[in-house]
Design a protein around this ligand. Structure first.
Ligand code: SF4
Ligand code: SF4
Length: 340
């Protein structure tokens, strides 16, 4: 027995969810970009791209957001914390690698201080992912021991039917089952097996265990490899901004001496200013040391601290890099005994 969601039921699904006070988000695009955005009508969804240019993290960790506003008076400082509007959300049509990224960043945002904004949005969101049956040359989830139909991080996983008319629906978590139960007859049930499209065949590009071993070796940190591999990098930071797991941010007070807003803004380890001290000293003075940090952070430090790699294999960093870098080339070289 299988449950089916037909594509011609999407408008009904959106209307029912909106009627219950729940917002719907999903993949959309315009002439210049694609992203996970708010959806009001089914025609706004764009399911035919490999994955949106911009990552799912934007819906949980916006590029910029207020934390509090403050006013400095003669004898006191008044501060008012920003309160997130309470909204239930369904994110429909996430790619499995983007759903995985949320579970990776959960560890970081629960670490030394709990990020309430992140977890409030996590608790209020149901993730409905669609297994990938297409890939491009940049996809590398299988190299990270994941897969195009991995269910980690998803509440519901959809597989597209062979006739493209809809999806087979599988609940992954209790929240996903609740989502299906609430929508009831939006889904149809069939007692016969249904044929779904097979997952995309994503080739394995490197040996992750070899990469991890190499990054654990004592000689790698001071190796000239980092200079050689990053010589093209112009430090634009776009690879970190499109990365679904990169999570660096800066906190800044914007206003004048008497009042203003404290904001949390994305930052990037690729920028020269990221680690520059007030004295002018910069412990990562060049692009090679910044690139080493990016790779070590994702494939060594994060693994050591949280027991997982901070990369989903989405390939976005390689797709967007203006000088044709991204992490893939570095990982392939490390795994084939580069970095000596
Ligand atoms: S996108 Fe490319 S050039 Fe820009 S910081 Fe990343 S690796 Fe360097
Ligand atoms: S490092 Fe690159 S491939 Fe890995 S999750 Fe980030 S953008 Fe995707």
């Amino acid at each position: 027995m299988a449950q089916i969601l037909e594509k011609n039921k999407l408008d009904e699904m959106i209307a029912r969810l909106n009627g219950d006070g729940c917002e719907v988000f999903g993949p959309r695009k315009n002439d210049t970009s694609s992203w996970y955005g708010k959806i009001s009508r089914a025609e706004e969804f764009c399911f035919d791209q490999i994955l949106p240019d911009r990552p799912l993290k934007e819906l949980f960790f916006p590029r910029t957001e207020p934390m509090m506003k403050y006013e400095i008076k003669k004898q006191q400082v008044d501060a008012e914390n920003y309160v997130l509007p309470k909204k239930q959300r369904v994110i429909f049509g996430a790619r499995p690698c983007d759903a995985v990224s949320l579970t990776i960043d959960d560890a970081l945002f629960a670490w030394d201080a709990c990020d309430e904004f992140w977890f409030e949005r996590r608790e209020n969101s149901v993730i409905v992912s669609i297994a990938c049956n297409k890939k491009d040359d940049f996809c590398m989830c299988t190299s990270l021991k994941s897969s195009p139909d991995v269910s980690t991080g998803s509440d519901v996983l959809l597989h597209e039917l062979v006739d493209s008319a809809g999806w087979r629906v599988s609940a992954i978590t209790p929240a996903g089952q609740d989502f299906i139960d609430k929508l009831g007859d939006v889904f149809s049930t069939t007692s016969t097996d249904v044929s779904v499209k097979p997952p995309a065949e994503v080739p394995v590009k490197f040996d992750l265990d070899a990469v991890i071993r190499k990054l654990n070796s004592p000689e790698i940190f001071e190796s000239d490899f980092w200079k050689t591999i990053s010589v093209r990098c112009v430090g634009c930071g776009v690879c970190t901004f499109v990365c679904p797991t990169c999570h660096c941010f800066d906190i800044q007070d914007e206003g004048d001496v008497y009042h203003g807003v404290r904001r949390k803004n994305w930052d990037s380890c690729s920028f020269a200013m990221f680690t520059r001290h007030a004295s002018g000293h910069n412990p990562r003075p060049d692009q090679a040391s910044r690139w080493r940090q990016r790779i070590m952070h994702k494939f060594n430090y994060y693994l050591e601290r949280f027991g997982q790699i901070s990369c989903t294999g989405c390939g976005r960093c390689s797709r967007v890099c203006p000088v044709d870098m991204g992490v893939t080339q570095t990982l392939v070289t490390l795994s084939t005994n580069g970095g000596k």
